[in-house]
Design a protein around this ligand. Sequence first.
Ligand code: DAH
Length: 383
Amino acid sequence: MRRGRHLVCRSRLRSRSAVTVSKGRDDAARAEAQPAGGTPAGHAVAIESFLAELAAFREAASESLGRVADAAGLEQARVEFLGARSGRLKAIQKLLSGLAAGDRPAGGRHFNDAKAAVTAFFADVQERLVGGGAAAGAAAADAIDVTLPGEPVRLGHVHPITQTIRRVQEIMARLGFESVDGPEVEDQWHNFEALAIPAEHPARDPLDNFYLAVARGADPLLLRSQTSTVQIRVMENRRPPLRIVSLGRVYRPDTADATHYPMFHQVEGLLIEPGTTMAHLKSVLRQLASSFLGGDVHVRFRPSFFPFTEPSVEFDMEWGGRWIEMGGAGMVDPAVLAAVGYDPDEVSGFAFGLGVERIAARRYGVADIRDFYRNDVRFLRQF
Ligand code: DAH
């Protein structure tokens, strides 16, 4: 039996006239041939044509559903393909009755398969959209709202002792003093001998210094007990004129109390220039005190003694109606100048040293210097 060719217009599946009929399965069929849906039930629809309709339906539905991007698109596709009233599937279902009785079971099976396949695909797409919607919702919840104010970043700041050091360095720089550093582990020469502190001097007592156990012997090393060491190191390496200031840590085995700590900081100043006098020294210290505390601060000298200065003074500054002891100073002792290779008949200069914690405590009204080192942020945040 020769099968006729079946032409299907896929783009118009819903149109019944699009379904061609068999051109000759048998004579009877040919006689009855007429456009599908044109009527009567009977064997108006060839199974091949019907199957082609189903195949085209599946293909179009899967293509359409595959392209669906949102709920509205999905609903449109549902109405077009699966719609109960005028969906394409419904149109094909109507063709079933036009199949030859013998073809109907197979046609029905194919119809059901196609229906199940497209319905399942529809469910998949629906799931994808709903799932995607949920995912999109979650993404939206996680999204960063760039319009919200940011979390403030809590900035740390410089420790009050470091602030004091930097301020003193600034002031001294304006007076022409260069900031220099020296080592905190020192030898006997720089910490004592060159500063005219002889071996028998009580300042060298082991109980008053942190000698290093690793470097015992004839010339044990120690943690420097004063920043005057830097005067020696600079003078050994440079020729006058000199204006230097050195701020750093020093160490003494003191029991910590409100005014003592085994580690503290000193400001060391040294000026070596021809014609230097105590008047220059006093002017510089007064400038430093006035700039640091603000206002016109008075300073006074009291006679004192240091092995490395001659004459030596303690200097005080007036603050809040009281004289506050700030440190030691004096004209550099000729023995010190000679120790570093200078000619004491040619050069002269002054030196001074003061405690950084002491001036910081005065300036900030801190009663107990241990507070500087407790690392209690509630204290430190105040500066
Ligand atoms: N180095 C001394 C001390 O630690 C302080 C001092 C006094 C430094 C007199 C000086 C100075 O430069 O001239 O107590």
